[in-house]
Unconditional design. Structure first.
Length: 152
């Protein structure tokens, strides 16, 4: 069983760290982010807290990940930031996916719901839920507000 990622060379140069330790290093480790996301279903801020960074399950999954430079995808960088992922199961069955861009890139923008989730996650612990909702609503309505009308 293995997980193979083929992508552009710069991505591997920047994120090819298989032994990240600090939260900063984990943020820029494709094997860590991929393994964590695979196990948890997403990668949120909590992925970089001590308990998650040292998860034995995540570290074990990282061992079956391989990263390879893809000549075609490298040639298209920086105009395209694409990746191919192939997952091979123990029984030999495999699944492949090609992503021509990253979620959040101009070609695949975040949905309003995605932006709301991200906003609430980032303000958690800084604003109360009520304050966060008021600010979120104001932000979504900025075109119709004067800056003096913004308040919490």
């Amino acid at each position: 069983q293995n997980i193979e990622v083929r992508t552009y060379q710069t991505a591997l140069d920047v994120t090819g760290n298989f032994s990240p330790e600090s939260a900063f290093q984990c943020r820029f480790s494709l094997p860590y982010v991929l393994a964590h996301g695979f196990l948890q279903g997403s990668v949120r801020l909590s992925a970089f807290e001590d308990a998650q960074r040292h998860s034995k399950e995540t570290r074990e999954l990282m061992k079956i990940i391989t990263l390879e430079s893809d000549e075609e995808l490298t040639a298209k960088f920086p105009n395209q930031r694409a990746a191919k992922v192939k997952i091979t199961l123990k029984d030999g069955q495999s699944f492949e996916h090609f992503s021509p861009c990253r979620k959040g890139d101009p070609e695949a923008p975040l949905t309003d719901e995605d932006l709301d989730h991200k906003f609430f996650e980032l303000v958690d612990g800084v604003l109360s839920q009520d304050q966060a909702r008021v600010l979120r609503d104001q932000i979504w309505n900025l075109d119709n507000l004067n800056i003096s009308e913004l308040n919490l």
